[in-house]
Design a binder for this molecule. Sequence first.
Ligand code: APR
Length: 315
Amino acid sequence: SSGFKVAVLGAAGGIGQPLSLLLKTSPLVSTLHLFDVVNTPGVTADLSHINSSAVVRGFVGNDQLPAALDGVDLVVIPAGVPRKPGMTRDDLFNINAGIVQKLCEGIAKHCPRAVVNIISNPVNSTVPIAAEVFKRAGTWDPRKVLGVTALDVVRANTFVAEVIGVNPEIVDVPVVGGHAGVTILPLLSQVTPSFSFSKEETEKLTVRIQDAGTEVVQAKAGTGSATLSMAYAAAKFAEQCLRGLSGETGIVECAYVSSDVTELPFFATKVRLGRSGVEEIHPLGPLNEFERSALSKAIGELKGSIDKGLNFVRK
Ligand code: APR
């Protein structure tokens, strides 16, 4: 094929717009469907003037979701609501969980074979929600649902490069676990190029990677969270999924997926991407003492988030 059909759900948002821009310029995308509940016409008109080959079509409002999903190979979901004053974390959870549930019900109906990249937070819970929706619909394929943790890897590569003093483009840090706080576990003992971090460097880097989202929230002074770096990471990750779908071999990325690497049903590790999505899940590899202890913390926290997601759909 000469490119894939990709849908972005939540395309008019802070992440959705730059993500759609990057996908519009991707040679792997032949058709780009932009869906949102508001403002899609403007974003679509704007992006459609760019002379890259991808054809852009806009869809606005839930009535147009079926058309937005028709024939799509890859769905990327950055839809959600930001936290507003007076809103609790639980309020936010319930709204975003409901949005992901509804969108996945649409996917199950209109493009059940598509690969799905989930960005909407909390990813630790929204991926289990998506899985549960697909199970109920009878379309569950664990190879097709991926929680996007690529920003954790991007950040880890940048911060590690600063410490070891190399170009960040040559650094590769495996980041496993989940996509929030202590569930984010960078495996600094497995960094490429290999480097022996002191205990102090390991602790400082780990905490910085785990709290990196807060650096952006604080710098944006209450007006939002990471959008541009998230869009960059998600676009690169989506392109890797498309390369896999096209039959390119040897593509390995970290992602939060259905997994039996730990006792948890979902976990982020390196995975090999191919024609059917996730084709192989890599083992964790040898962990040092610091990582083993961080892993047990991550698993404890992640278990609660997974149960919260599953209970949301089951209730
Ligand atoms: N279907 C499609 N789009 C929706 C829906 C829905 N049911 N509900 C909301 N949206 C859209 C909004 O209209 C908005 O354009 O999702 C977009 C979200 O954009 P922002 O509010 O700017 O939020 P953003 O910063 O992009 O974050 C989106 O990603 O990283 C996560 O935590 C973040 O869950 C949040 C999501």
